[in-house]
Ligand binder design. Structure first.
Ligand code: GDP
Length: 301
């Protein structure tokens, strides 16, 4: 997270810095609050959350009459942390449940970092001594299964796939869960297709994958991968997926490439599920559990 902190606070939009500049230039007038609002909006916090946050800060400043930077910054930290909601359960289901492996389904639009996330997550779990099986249910492009298998080889776990391009994704998912049970694996992670240009088709495909898996096993986790650099567009995609499957956690990828970390708050509010993991690069070790406190510190700078 040190890297994330560095990345976010390097941005001259770091919210704390803006506040600092405003307060040291002679107190908070109407224009300064608008500048604070702009900064929060630019960080993709979203209109509602920004409104709420600035409203609360203004009230506290008014009631207390405080103008020293550290006090106001402290309040900002508190209120932002409350918005991120540290009480949410951010653990990823990845151990055997009774006699069966946990099942994790990974969904999201192509290009958001789904396959990379599956590989990185497998790496984290292998490091925790878990037996992992991957399922390549993105059968639309043969290259997708190859890419997943490469990740599997890199981290030393088997990948269940079909050799046939265009094979039924639900049947590959079924086979992956079956193999994982036979291997007595701890967890099976299933990569899915994400062609959003055909929304109805995508929904049908995902619900079929889900239905077919559930013939043998409950699904313990549905992780939605969202590209942190895509802003409002990404939010709309998230909502479409939220309608197709019951998302249980969000992976915010490519957080290393943006100062718009406020999207964490935005997406949690819209979907009502926690951000559980963040992607901080393309390498195998670039996936981290989401830590609300460190995150708020990084944003405030
Ligand atoms: P998919 O189509 O959703 O499966 O996406 P991929 O896993 O193929 O990723 C798309 C591109 O994003 C690849 O070039 C990845 O290396 C890159 N990528 C994925 N996650 C991250 C991340 O956290 N940070 C950065 N900088 N790049 C990422």
């Amino acid at each position: 997270l040190a890297r994330l902190r560095a990345r976010l606070s390097r941005s001259n939009n770091a919210i704390g810095n803006v506040l600092l500049a405003l307060l040291s230039s002679g107190g908070l007038d109407e224009q300064s609050w608008e500048d604070v609002e702009d900064t929060l909006l630019q960080a993709d916090l979203g209109v509602e959350a920004t409104d709420e946050l600035v409203g609360k800060l203004r009230t506290r400043v008014k009631v207390d009459g405080a103008t020293d930077v550290e006090t106001v910054k402290g309040w900002l930290r508190e209120e932002l942390l409350a918005l991120v909601d540290p009480s949410m359960d951010r653990r990823v289901a990845a151990s055997r449940v009774g006699e069966r492996p946990s099942v994790i389904l990974v969904v999201g639009v192509n290009g958001t970092g789904k396959t990379t996330t599956v590989g990185k997550l497998a790496r984290v779990l292998v490091a925790e001594n878990k037996d992992v099986v991957l399922g390549a249910a993105d059968t639309f492009r043969a290259a997708a299964a190859d890419q997943l298998q490469t990740w599997g080889e890199r981290v030393g776990v088997p990948t269940v796939r079909s050799e046939r391009e265009g094979a039924d994704p639900a049947s590959v998912a079924f086979d992956a869960v079956k193999s994982a049970a036979e291997y007595e694996a701890d967890v099976v992670i299933i990569d899915t297709a994400g062609r959003l240009h055909n929304k109805a088709g995508l929904m049908d495909e995902l619900s079929k994958v889900k239905r077919v898996i559930e013939k043998q096993s409950p699904i313990d986790e549905v992780l939605l991968v969202l590209d942190a650099t895509t802003g409002q567009n990404g939010m709309r995609q998230a909502e479409v997926f939220g309608q197709a499957v019951e998302v249980t956690g969000i992976v915010l990828s490519k957080l290393d490439g943006t100062a718009k970390g406020g999207i964490v708050v935005n997406v949690q509010r819209r979907l009502g599920v926690p951000v559980k993991l963040v992607g901080l690069g393309e390498g195998p070790d670039d996936l981290a559990p989401f830590d609300p406190e460190a995150f708020v510190d990084a944003i405030i700078g």
